[in-house]
Design a protein around this ligand. Structure first.
Ligand SMILES: C[S@@+](CC[C@H](N)C(=O)[O-])C[C@H]1O[C@@H](n2cnc3c(N)ncnc32)[C@H](O)[C@@H]1O
Length: 266
């Protein structure tokens, strides 16, 4: 039964229209984004979510947009016990994190796997903006050697724990640093770069281009409107990349989507 159906006996009709069925689930934590119109009934909605989903332990309300470099929102605990640290399982891997401290998007599981499945054993792979490791872990598990760059020390702590928990800590090095600065100092090239770019940091591609060998691959994520994609593709070609694939992977704002580009450096 979908959330709105479940809420028919809980919320007045005029409020029901304001609630979405979309629930972002990370491990046993459910994250809602409730509008002001249902302010007085938030706890009832949260209890409906818990009663409806036996795997959900705690329900949070996301009360701000993703903010700052760390891309983390502010949350309010609506119902449930045991805090905001959770274990999220994805394609056989486990990611432990405090969802209020780090960025994680469980809707990107297909992308994590799609990219990792292209990696061959022995490759050297660069992952700036690594977060808690949903690209780093499956890529290292493919037998690659990974360099993960992450500015948030909290994310680095969970990333280190997730490398150990998934038995790939031998295959990945973590640099707790600003990717824009440290990349200039890394005097080597990689076979592949996976770049889950935070909103508005597309400029990093210029630096990434120098860090990948000719013939190497770059998986680059950008937030754009559909009508911007042709122009962007032309720009990437002018930068010396061949475009292997361009796919939309989720909306982030009305009319703005996340786009995945599989590029090859010519
Ligand atoms: C959109 S999240 C992606 C995280 C992870 N790759 C994922 O897919 O879940 C961006 C990450 O980049 C980190 N970050 C932001 N600015 C950075 C910078 N200049 N250098 C390195 N990491 C940065 C943030 O702390 C955050 O963990």
């Amino acid at each position: 039964m979908r959330l709105k159906q479940k809420l028919q006996d809980v919320l007045p009709k005029e409020q029901l229209g304001h609630v979405s069925n979309r629930i972002h689930v990370i491990g046993d934590v459910a994250i809602l984004s409730l509008p002001a119109e249902v302010e007085g009934n938030k706890e009832d909605i949260a209890e409906a979510v818990i009663s409806q989903n036996k795997n959900i332990r705690i329900v949070l309300d996301k009360i701000s947009k993703l903010e700052g470099d760390r891309r983390v929102a502010t949350f309010e605990v609506l119902s449930g016990i045991g805090g905001t640290v959770t274990n999220h399982k994805e394609y056989g891997f486990t990611y432990r994190m405090d969802v209020t401290q780090v960025f994680f998007n469980s809707h990107l599981s297909y992308e994590h796997q799609r990219v990792a499945s292209q990696v061959r054993p022995g490759e050297s792979v660069l992952v700036p903006f690594a977060g808690v490791g949903p690209f780093v872990v499956p890529i290292a598990a493919r037998g690659a050697k990974v360099m993960a760059l992450e500015k948030s020390s909290s994310a680095c702590r969970w990333l280190a724990e997730n490398l150990r928990a998934n038995d790939v800590e031998e295959r990945a090095a973590i640099l707790n640093a600003d990717a824009f600065c440290v990349l200039q100092m890394i005097n080597r090239t990689f076979d592949r770069a996976v770049v889950p770019t935070p909103y508005g940091m597309d400029k990093i591609l210029e630096t990434i281009a120098d860090a990948v060998r000719t013939g190497g691959a770059v998986h680059f994520y950008a937030f754009k409107r559909r009508q911007q994609i042709d122009g962007l593709s032309k720009k990437y070609e002018d930068m010396g990349f061949e475009i292997g694939l361009c796919r939309r992977c989720g909306n982030v704002a009305p009319g703005v989507s996340r786009w995945a580009f599989d590029l090859v450096k010519c």
